[in-house]
Design a protein around this ligand. Structure first.
Ligand code: HEC
Ligand code: HEC
Length: 391
């Protein structure tokens, strides 16, 4: 990686942690050497999500085509009126309401995230209760509040409308797939093959970051005159956003309790979601996985260990969502309680909700920020530039 040639910056750069914790005052030159390295990581999302060896059809074109048809098929649902696409538009747009409507007028418990770029995630759902994108799809299919379906309904629909393409891929007909759980796993694998193809990996933001980094090599004056200067500086320093929203996906793929108001039964988030996921027959180490002993299975064992020792970190914690394409997914947070990006910034500015309005303990990073109006506007603008055009 190219080293910054910045004579005016002390090369003994502060550590990122120290810096983000406020160890360095605003008079220090932005970006520091370490911040520059983090900036370089922000704008380099690969065009294809990482390989998933637990689904051997993940990158199969026939599977993606059938997955697309199934994603839009309301007849997979128990009520006949709800498809995946009812809550997740194929163009990445989600419903504009906090909760979405499933079968028989039921409302979902949480706000639907976008399926765009979904397979860049390491864990799925707000609380991480699915570990692979194909097994994630089984949850809404069988959830009584969402598609209220089961293997019998799904198998019958496959036989009725997709028998030959299903057989082409799996080597047997839906009826010959006698194990109902295998039918569900197979449909999940088709859904993943489709979802892996709907990505938006570049946005005006990426151009801005590239230009900003180029300015670093010219002069500090050029850096400070750059239109993205205040937004990026606030994102890294006063806002502390880059502590969690970092890397090319703008997520650390970890879970944090940031103090979002939630008094529902499932408010404990990751802490109650993990054990069922570890015990689940559909997980990466389970009987439907096409790579039961690979890296994904190893990671499950690591999570099992965390569960025993990290209760405080996991209770009320939710996955750091990507900020890419954020304009498409409002309202925000797992509850969908914040309507606009301006409300999100106000939420962070006040340091989240006070104790008692959510389960568990807020992470230490979330504190009152005292942002100025200009800093807030710059952050909102920065977030707005993170949405790309379809590719
Ligand atoms: C009734 C609305 C509804 C339907 C129908 C629905 N979803 Fe969802 N989806 C949601 C909600 C709500 C969440 C978040 C749930 C949670 O985290 O607790 C979600 C989460 C997801 C995620 C997780 C994304 C991430 O980043 O973690 C994916 C992927 C997804 N759904 C795909 C699908 C697929 C595939 C189907 C069809 C089999 C489907 N959904 C059907 C509402 C719906
Ligand atoms: C300690 C880690 C952490 C820090 C610091 C942090 N975030 Fe987040 N962010 C999260 C988590 C976790 C969520 C989801 C929380 C939930 O729904 O309960 C989230 C949610 C969001 C969302 C809503 C996304 C969606 O799809 O609903 C936005 C926008 C956002 N953060 C922007 C920011 C900005 C801007 C900053 C800096 C001012 C910031 N975050 C700082 C972890 C963090």
């Amino acid at each position: 990686m190219k080293k910054a040639n910045r004579p005016s910056v002390p090369l003994l750069a502060l550590t990122v942690v120290g810096l983000l914790a406020g160890a360095c005052g605003s008079e220090d030159i932005f970006p520091s050497f370490d911040e520059l390295e983090l900036l370089r990581e922000l704008h380099t999302l690969t065009r294809r999500p990482p390989v998933d060896s637990t689904n051997r059809f993940a990158d199969d074109a026939r599977a993606a085509e059938l997955g697309l048809a199934l994603f839009n098929d309301k007849k997979l649902s128990g009520c006949g009126t709800v498809a995946c696409a009812s809550c997740h538009g194929g163009d990445g747009k989600t419903v504009d309401t906090a909760k979405a409507e499933g079968c028989d007028g039921h409302l979902t418990g949480r706000n639907p995230p976008s399926t765009l770029n979904a397979d860049y995630n390491r864990w799925f759902m707000w609380d991480g209760r699915a570990d692979r994108l194909w097994n994630q799809a089984i949850l809404p299919m069988t959830n009584p509040f969402e598609m209220n379906s089961n293997a019998t309904i799904v198998r019958a629909r496959l036989t009725e409308a997709y028998e030959s393409s299903y057989k082409d891929i799996f080597g047997k007909t839906p009826d010959e797939t006698v194990d109902g759980d295998e039918v569900l796993a197979n449909v999940g694998k088709l859904m993943q093959a489709y979802e892996r193809k709907i990505n938006r990996t570049s946005a005006p933001f990426d151009e801005d970051v590239r230009r900003f980094i180029a300015a670093v090599d010219v002069s500090q004056a050029q850096v400070e005159a750059d239109p993205a200067f205040l937004g990026l500086k606030t994102y890294f320093r006063k806002g502390q956003c880059a502590v969690c929203h970092k890397g090319a996906t703008m997520s650390d793929n970890l879970f944090h309790n940031i103090g979002v108001k939630d008094t529902s039964e499932s408010a404990a988030g990751q802490y109650v979601a993990v054990q069922p996921m570890l015990d689940w027959q559909f997980n990466a180490a389970g009987r439907f996985s096409d790579n039961k002993t690979g890296l994904d299975a190893t990671r499950l064992a690591a999570v099992q260990a965390d569960l025993a020792t990290k209760r405080v970190e996991m209770e009320g914690a939710y996955r750091t969502p990507t900020l890419r394409n954020i304009a498409l997914t409002g309202p925000y947070m797992h509850t969908g309680e914040l309507a606009t990006l301006a409300e999100v910034i106000d939420f962070y500015d006040k340091g989240g909700e006070p104790a008692g309005m959510f389960t568990g303990t807020k992470t230490a990073t979330i504190v009152e920020l005292k942002l100025t109006t200009k800093e807030k506007q710059a952050l909102i603008h920065l977030l707005e530039t993170m949405t790309g055009a379809p590719q």
